[in-house]
Design a protein. Sequence first.
Length: 172
Amino acid sequence: HLSPLVQAYNSTRHESTGQSPYRLMFGREPLLPVDVAFGINNQEKKSLTKYIEDLRTRMKTAYHLARKSADRSRVKQGKYYDLKVRGIDLHEGDRVLVKVVAFDGKHKIADKWEEEAYIVLRQPNKEVPVYVVQREDGTGKKRTLHRNLLLPIGCIDPEFQEKPISKPRANK
């Protein structure tokens, strides 16, 4: 069942590019079985030179339109993303945890954050939410990470110990 699904996907106009992948690849829309059934054939007989010139023009136009549409979509998606971002700014010296992005094996209940605390060293470019961090104990390499991969620890005392949990009383 995979081939018909791939054909349908490649023949459908994508919202972000405004073009179908088939058109971007071949410079024309695909000839579908329904087109053959109704005798619709948009292809006329041309000389090879004329066909190549027309194909080149169609490809340039399709790429130009796709690029413009993708740029508009990128701006639109960026605005929606920025509206949802609620992250606080990090400053030099802040303690953070780093998100684990590569898991080995099953990881449904694995920790999502590294156990070691990191210190924010600097933000190379104030316009971009990327920070240079290093482990709190000074070991390991400095890492440059996006803000989405950092979780501020806040003012938690490193000597903080959890109170033991009391056992529930039995019902009488």
